[in-house]
Ligand binder design. Structure first.
Ligand SMILES: C[S@@+](CC[C@H](N)C(=O)[O-])C[C@H]1O[C@@H](n2cnc3c(N)ncnc32)[C@H](O)[C@@H]1O
Length: 338
């Protein structure tokens, strides 16, 4: 058994650099650990994850995973030898890092890869929980309360862009035209893809995120008007814009319906709303995992809903969908609506 550090470790840009590459390499083992037949027995999987959490002491992960663990039959006070070895392995991953520890040798090679993958995933969840966990109601606005957090959000978004998201941004924001409003512009990840002719206004509840967006606009030599405000009460008059863009925002605004109605209100006749959002997968097992983790993820991330149904929300407010495209089994949705 390892000793826990005195302070709770948190997500930092350095931690992201350390843990995200091995996580990306572990994606096949993660899919295998949760979805494929012959996977590592769930109590052993959960034991390694609880081992990681015992070192990092993330309260949200502990609450969530203790429930999940008992749901799959793991009793921490009476672990089998294999479960105890997996728990110990999780602790070693959390203390030594993703490269060094050897998973229990009595397991099959495939199960050893799966244990390492879930331990890495758990480490990142723990670090995020320790950093972002705030005692707020679920489903509220994602909070980017200071410049360090804004820079961290920016680093996550840039990593996702490098992994392929940028193409989707180009299809969505890159085809904006005329006077354009981006709601929840965050740190300005779309600024580089807007066409030269678009006159971009950005609104966000987070002043620190807007300050990072302003730096980025300067670097890109792009003129942009940045305004602090809420998507559900936009500080613009009716019919001010030709295009409204939102990327990865509706999952975290408090009131999706009101935000979409506001987007429609500020559009000129003939204007379009262009959305890029993550959504519930159409593959049932993946959708179920999203649904089960949604409450915990909402707490960890500060209000982002993993299972939100953007397509339904768009139709519920009476918008007409002109184009719709789903990617990665429905995990990403691009919508153009009028
Ligand atoms: C995940 S980030 C996405 C940022 C950016 N759109 C992008 O694609 O990189 C979500 C952003 O939505 C903002 N946000 C959350 N709730 C909001 C609201 N009610 N009104 C405006 N912005 C909001 C957050 O401050 C954050 O900057």
């Amino acid at each position: 058994m390892q000793t826990a550090p005195l302070t709770r470790p948190m997500l930092t840009t350095r931690a992201l650099r350390r843990w995200v590459p091995p996580l990306v390499r572990s994606v096949p083992a993660l899919v295998s650990a949760y979805l494929l037949p012959g996977r590592v027995p769930p109590p052993i999987r959960e034991a390694s994850m609880l081992g990681v959490t015992s070192v990092n002491r993330c309260e949200a992960c502990e609450a969530f995973h203790s429930r999940w663990a008992s749901g799959v039959g793991l009793r921490v006070e009476a672990m089998s030898a294999e479960e105890a070895a997996a728990y110990d392995f999780g602790q070693r991953v959390a203390t030594a890092g993703p490269e060094e520890p050897q998973p229990p040798m009595q397991l099959r090679a495939r199960h050893r890869r799966e244990l390492l993958a879930v331990s890495i995933l758990m480490e990142l969840a723990n670090l995020s929980g320790n950093r972002f966990l705030a005692p707020r109601a679920e489903g509220g606005n994602l909070q980017v309360g200071d410049v360090r957090t804004a820079r961290l959000l920016d680093a996550v978004m840039r990593a996702a862009d490098r992994a392929g998201l940028r193409r989707a941004r180009s299809r969505v924001a890159g085809r904006a035209r005329g006077d354009t409003l981006e709601i929840g512009i965050g740190t300005g990840s779309n600024l580089e893809v807007y066409p030269a002719g678009a006159v971009v206004h950005g609104v966000d509840v987070s002043a620190p995120a807007l300050s990072v967006a302003a730096e980025r606009a300067d670097r890109a030599g792009r003129r942009v008007v940045l305004v602090e405000g809420d998507a559900a009460a936009l500080p613009f008059t009716d019919g001010s814009f030709d295009t409204v863009v939102a990327t990865f925002v509706l999952c975290s605004v408090g009131d999706v319906e009101r935000s979409l109605r506001e987007a429609r209100r500020v559009l000129r006749p003939g204007g379009t709303i262009r959305l890029l959002e993550h959504a519930r997968s159409r593959y049932r097992p993946v959708g179920l995992v999203q649904e089960r983790s949604a409450p915990a993820w909402a707490r960890l991330s500060g209000g982002c809903r993993l299972d939100h149904d953007v397509r339904r929300a768009v139709r519920d407010v009476g918008l007409t969908v002109i184009e719709e495209r789903t990617r990665i089994g429905g995990l990403l949705v691009e919508i153009v609506a009028a």
